[in-house]
Write a protein that binds this ligand. Sequence first.
Ligand code: OAD
Length: 230
Amino acid sequence: MSKTKIAVFSGAGMSQESGIMTFRDMGGLWEQYDITEVASPIAWANTPQLVMDFYNQRRKQLFECEPNKGHLLIAQLEKKYDVQVITQNVDDLHERAGSTNVLHLHGELKKVRSTIDTSLVYEMKDWELKLGDLCEKGSQLRPHIVWFGEAVWAMHEAVELIQEAEMVLVVGTSLNVYPAAGLMNYIKDTIPIYVIDPGSPAFTPQENITFIQKKASHGMEELIDILMSN
Ligand code: OAD
């Protein structure tokens, strides 16, 4: 018998307990930084050092973080389910927890890419990217991140994956950022949806949606009991 397909859609709250700051909570990253100054193509054109410093700091921190219980429990679901993670997060904590199918909508912090050939993507062994670090064709390397105003290349694949899902878990996202949040519109009608978040993401209550108003680790502990027992 084929396994039930679960899509997990995760956001910054998923990694909060690993020590990574969210964006829009009180004291979140976008309270401390102006998005357009650190996460946009214009910023990269005008002040590349500032942009690089911002992502270097995030990358340095990521090398020191570990997956939390929430990531680990999502990976465990693969014992019984066909699990596809679709994440807005640029960290690699789902992968390090053992999830085998992870699609990153907003890029990956530990990767950098060429500024003249988008197919030249490199894994970073260390945290620091510098001006003067070049791709094999001689152009500056940039963070492999989707900046504001740039296309979300993985969106088409994400739509197909979420349309196939027979159950959806939404963990730790405010659902404020489009097009990513628009994925919710492609979920099949009436399939079970579980939303784990201590806050109140922008979701219209419906019969098939269960809200678990807890942090990712505690919410996943509650959900794993339900999903692994029957
Ligand atoms: P937000 O910061 O907008 O939302 C974080 C969500 O996580 C909120 O709903 C919080 O209530 C919830 N939360 C906080 N702590 C949690 C915990 N321990 N467990 C579970 N949930 C928790 O982050 P995102 O929705 O991920 O894009 O933001 C989406 C995109 O906006 C990001 O990918 C990033 C940002 O700008 C780019 O950088 C391109």
